[in-house]
Design a protein. Structure first.
Length: 211
């Protein structure tokens, strides 16, 4: 069984995918993490991906499709299950995914625009070890002001997390490109209220999933 988790930026889908993977025995996959993994391995595929990342360009959909599909098929062949965060982002990717591997459930985390803005404004990351933080949540806050708990590096905020205009553009892209994806999986959707504490969101996902 494979799961896709969908929601706007700041909805907590990455956090929930991590938790659900551990709770239910899934492997958490996301395009960004897989890209970084291939780049760090300096594989032929990683060098191809890096040629786009270095220029600040989006990695083409066909490359993302290939990477995700190959990884999911490999996991399924080993009788392992995937929870996929950040893919598919638009309808053509969704059609490709549906044709190439089984998608059993789609978890949709709903969060209001106002909540997205509040959460993204509170997001920070470590530029060295890539650990993510959010000052709104005790469990995600850095322990020492805005320095990384792991390596002590000063935390940074992405420009598109601190700009209201950039956040609104991301939300518009989500509504224009990602929401239509749900039509392909309308009989498999589990809707979740994402404006609850992290633990309650997890509880709701597991309860609805089990039912």
């Amino acid at each position: 069984m494979n799961i896709i988790i969908v929601g706007p930026a700041g909805s907590g889908k990455g956090t929930q995918a991590d938790i659900i993977a551990k709770e239910l025995g899934y492997i958490h996959l996301s395009p960004g993490a897989l890209f970084r993994e291939e780049i760090e391995k300096d594989s032929e595929f990683g060098r191809l991906v890096d040629s786009y990342v270095e220029k600040g360009d989006l990695v083409p959909a066909d490359i993302t499709n290939k990477l995700i599909t190959e990884r999911v098929k490999k996991l399924n062949a080993e009788e392992k299950r995937a929870i996929i965060d950040g893919y598919p982002r638009e309808i053509e990717q969704a059609k490709f995914a549906k044709e190439n591997f089984e998608i059993d459930k789609v978890i949709l985390i709903n969060v209001s625009e106002q909540e997205v803005i509040k959460r993204l404004n509170a997001r920070y990351h470590c530029p060295k070890c890539k650990k993510e933080y959010n000052t709104l949540y005790e469990s995600l806050k850095p322990k020492n002001n805005l320095t990384c708990d792991v390596c002590g590096t000063k935390l940074e905020q992405r420009e598109d997390d601190s700009s209201i205009d950039a956040i609104e553009r991301r939300l518009q892209i989500y509504h224009d490109q990602t929401i239509p994806v749900l039509e392909l999986f309308k009989d498999k959707i589990i809707k979740i209220n994402g404006e609850q504490p992290i633990e309650k969101v997890t509880q709701d996902i597991i309860e609805k999933f089990n039912n």
